[in-house]
Design a protein around this ligand. Structure first.
Ligand SMILES: Nc1nc2c(c(=O)[nH]1)N[C@H]1C(S)=C(S)[C@@H](COP(=O)(O)O)O[C@H]1N2
Ligand SMILES: [Mo]
Length: 531
């Protein structure tokens, strides 16, 4: 020591440098605290106001359509966890770099943490379902991030200064204060994030209660499914007629499944109606409950794809409700909004078609709707693709026109205004590029043309003559229908093709089309080998 001045009064300036691993940890801890606190406060006030989830939603919203389509097809339902996980890695990496850039001065770190906080703030503020109270969570998140960064940074500088002059200090060293404080921030970040997740749990109880209520209610049942409705027993690998809830395809843009209890649910029906109606869940239970077997289909389903499933849905008739509200002349769009801000526009004439069976569904395959399929209430219109009709977590229904500035989510992204389901078929067996032993070869699959139904399915092998497939017992026009055929084939490579004809005699087109803008078309083909 060449100086007589006390080290704490004037430490050598060069000595106050935070070692880089400590600096990186401070950045990560501060941003972790920001994310956790934001999630917790959002859990208390409004789950969708979590800045982390709002940023993820924004990324999806502004991703070009081919990117979201790619993610949907490649990762299926795992696309959101993968996005959120990737976001976490990127954010924490940025946080670590911000920490390292702040080894001497806290300014770079404070700036980066603030910019991240503002990004979360903006994502919440510009979310489609924004309400002013939603700003509390991102604000708390920003403050928690900046405050923890400044606090830990100061402690780290102190500890660095001590280390530079080799001071051990009596009692609690400033190094230990830093370690203890860092641990506290880390634990608080994890606990608040976890607390935010737990706050959605009241919904589980609400769902169990609805399942019990449905079991005790009088429901007009759907006609029983005949034994011959599928070939699942006879031809292994083919589709079962009813899809279990766990296997039912899922498509939505919700990062976090909306947490809405049945007792808190309201549906406001307004706009071009004679009488505005607000329905509670109890109101629905007091109406006649019907069960309908319906095959739902996603417009994004590629030829041969599996975005199609069938279930027994229980709910109330939507046509009756709209007749009570009194739809005014010219109102050609039923514009629906879900709690997460997603929207769909359904043609009014289809909803009001007497035999169509449009419904507000509350039950699915003998239980309350699963959360991911829209608990507590969703809409279903047989014969329309989901994006124009099947709003999950439905809370608002505005009767309006397509012409006004009410443009639904996927319309803004280039998909068609009306989404009638196209007549299509799929080959389930044999699987593409599989090898089948010589002998009779079963070819089987599904065909659909909701709400008309299927009258004929034809199959041809290696470009030969079309021959009629055997059809399973028809269940209803608004469900799929299974088919099968048997061929004696020589060893070698074969290509089988299929085409379906609807109840009106129209055969599905051979013309290949992508799902965008109104559903894929073309005759499916499967190449396989007989050994
Ligand atoms: N709230 C909400 N409802 C939604 C969607 C959505 O993204 N958000 N996606 C729609 C689409 S595109 C389809 S195909 C169906 C799928 O319903 P499912 O996930 O229950 O199979 O839900 C529709 N309802
Ligand atoms: Mo869809």
């Amino acid at each position: 020591m060449s100086t007589a001045v006390a080290p704490e009064a004037s430490p050598a300036p060069r000595a106050r440098v935070i070692p880089w691993p400590v600096a990186a940890s401070i950045g990560v801890l501060a941003v972790g605290a920001a994310l956790g606190v934001g999630h917790l406060v959002a859990g208390i006030i409004s789950p969708s106001s979590s800045p982390y989830l709002a940023v993820g939603d924004t990324v999806i919203r502004y991703s070009p359509e081919p990117v979201t389509e790619f993610a949907k097809v490649t990762f299926g339902t795992a696309d959101k966890p993968i996005l959120l996980g990737g976001m976490a890695v990127v954010i924490l990496l940025v946080a670590a770099l911000a920490g390292i850039a702040s080894r001497r001065s806290r300014t770079p770190g404070v700036v980066v943490v603030t910019v991240l906080g503002i990004a979360g703030f903006a994502a919440v503020a510009f979310a489609p379902s924004f309400a002013p109270l939603d700003l509390v969570a991102p604000l708390a998140s920003l403050l928690a991030g900046v405050a923890s960064f400044r606090w830990l940074h100061r402690l780290a500088l102190d500890a660095a200064a001590d280390r530079a002059v080799g001071r051990k200090g009596g009692g609690v060293s400033r190094r230990n204060v830093l370690i203890g404080s860092s641990a506290a921030v880390g634990v608080a970040a994890l606990a608040s994030g976890g607390g935010g997740l737990l706050l959605g749990r009241g919904v589980d109880e609400s769902r169990s209660a609805v399942t019990r209520m449905l079991a005790g209610s009088t429901i007009t049942p759907a006609p029983p499914i005949p034994a011959g409705a599928d070939f699942a027993a006879a031809v292994p690998g083919t589709t079962r007629f009813l899809t279990s809830n766990a296997d039912f395809y899922r498509i939505d843009v919700a990062l976090r499944i909306p947490q809405l209890r049945a007792e808190d649910w309201r549906l406001r029906i307004h706009g071009m109606v004679d009488r505005e109606i607000t329905l509670t869940f109890d109101d629905l239970l007091r109406r006649p409950l019907v069960e309908r077997t319906i095959t739902m289909t996603c417009v994004s389903n590629p030829i041969g794809g599996d975005l199609i499933s069938t279930a027994d849905f229980v709910g109330v008739d939507l046509r009756d409700i709209l007749l009570e509200a009194g739809v005014q002349p010219g109102a050609d769009q039923v514009f629906c909004t879900s709690t997460d801000g997603w929207t769909a526009g359904t043609p009014t004439d289809v909803v009001l078609e007497p035999g169509r069976g449009a419904m507000l569904a509350i039950g699915m395959n003998g239980e309350a709707l699963p959360p991911e399929h829209g608990f507590p209430v969703r809409m279903i219109v047989p014969g329309l693709y989901g994006y124009v009709s099947a709003t999950k977590w439905l809370t608002d229904m505005e009767i309006t026109t397509f012409g006004r500035d009410r443009q639904a989510y996927w319309l803004q992204r280039g998909w068609a205004e009306r989404g009638p389901i196209k007549t299509e078929a799929r080959i389930d067996v044999p699987k593409g590029f599989s090898t089948t032993p010589a002998g009779p070869v079963d070819v089987a699959g599904i065909a659909w043309s909701q709400p008309r139904g299927i009258s004929k399915v034809e199959v041809r092998m290696d470009g030969g003559a079309w021959q009629a497939a055997e059809l399973a017992t028809e269940v209803a026009g608004q469900t799929w229908r299974m088919w099968r055929a048997r061929f004696d084939l020589a060893a070698g490579s074969h290509t089988v093709q299929v085409r379906a004809t609807d109840a009106d005699g129209a055969t599905q087109t051979e013309q290949r089309a992508d799902p965008v803008p109104d559903g894929a078309t073309g005759w499916p083909a499967t190449i396989f080998t007989v050994s």
